[in-house]
Design a protein around this ligand. Structure first.
Ligand code: AMP
Ligand code: MG
Length: 312
């Protein structure tokens, strides 16, 4: 199955989230069954991220959106565990600070976009400004309804400057959300994650669905696609995302840069003697094993000879 094609929101389509199965798991019976595939795509993602870092020509921006407990943190944990931390930055966006709120809505996101060679991950993103802001009427309708166009223009600008954008909506159903809240209560190590806000948002489920659907419909473009990822099964979510990231990076046809030095010259200058010695050592060992033990003495002799040569 082609995951990019299956989960991508086609530009101009009309999404109905309640009609999409959040428990989808393809042909996999269980996490164990999917494990080899998850590991293979993680490895691929790691190699390609290294290549992007080395190439230093473009960047990747991953935006994660979803309801509370949809698994944004867990996804980041999984994706990051297979990437080199030197080439990654993660930014979480919360209620805007006073300074952030005193600028236009894209200001704070713009500053955190990845530089060339880097992967940037947004834990929540500029879409909050047409989600929570819209559901709770934090600005007038006239203001948020113009933001879709601003967002598309912003993403086009990033794209034209070499940033590849992938946006993932982590799709869970209301039953799964409640189950995850319950698990947080049972597990003391997750108590810190519980907030009144999570429960306060649940009655707005349908309003959020409408807001998410509009964002997906209006802002899934060829250059910055949205993907709706079935996320009731955390392992399937990880599999789908790592596969889409790996396949996207692969399609970029990246290349290691040409070396900035003459490798032949460097080899000759710094490695020729080492290679000669290794070859001589190999030949002596093959001819008479005992002679190999005398090798250190031989080396010394050679160095002494060099010294003598220098004195001359
Ligand atoms: P969390 O991700 O659980 O730490 O929560 C962050 C909170 O910040 C969520 O309730 C978001 O809805 C809220 N938030 C993020 N961005 C914005 C924004 N632009 N305006 C208002 N609230 C926001
Ligand atoms: Mg939260």
């Amino acid at each position: 199955m082609d995951y990019i094609n299956k989960f991508r929101v086609k530009p101009g389509s009309k999404i109905k989230l309640s009609a999409i199965d959040a428990g989808f798991k393809d042909q996999h019976e269980s996490h164990e069954h999917a494990m080899p595939e998850i590991e293979a795509y993680s490895k691929k993602m790691q190699e390609l991220q290294y290549l992007m870092y080395a190439e230093g020509k473009r960047s990747l921006l991953i935006c994660l959106q979803g309801r509370d407990a949809a698994g944004k943190d867990g996804t980041i944990n999984h994706v990051l565990s297979s990437m080199n931390p030197q080439g990654c930055t993660v930014t979480g966006f919360k209620v805007p600070s006073k300074e952030e709120a005193a600028h236009h809505f894209l200001w704070r996101y713009q500053q955190k976009t990845p530089q060339v060679g880097q992967v940037g991950i947004f834990n929540r993103s500029h879409y909050e400004d047409v989600l929570v802001v819209r559901v709770h009427n934090l600005v007038p309708k006239k203001v948020w309804s113009e933001r879709y166009e601003h967002i598309n223009n912003f993403e086009k600008l990033l794209h034209d400057n070499g940033t590849h954008i992938l946006k993932f909506y982590l799709h869970i159903d209301p039953e799964e959300q409640l189950e995850r809240f319950k698990q947080r209560i049972v597990d003391p190590a997750r108590h810190w994650k519980i907030s009144d806000g999570d429960y306060a948002e649940r009655p707005f489920w349908d309003e959020y669905s409408k807001a998410f659907e509009d964002a997906l419909d209006k802002c899934s473009t060829e250059h910055a696609p949205w993907f709706v990822i079935p996320s009731n099964h955390k392992w399937f979510r990880n599999l789908a995302i790592s596969r889409i990231v790996a396949e996207t990076l692969e399609s970029l046809d990246m290349k290691f840069p040409e070396p900035t030095v003459d490798i032949g010259e460097i080899k000759q200058k710094y490695h020729a003697i080492v290679e000669e010695e290794a070859e001589a050592h190999k030949q002596t060992q093959a001819a008479e094993p005992q002679a190999a033990e005398q090798e250190p003495g031989k080396k010394k002799h050679k160095k002494d000879k060099n010294k003598k040569d220098k004195k001359k």
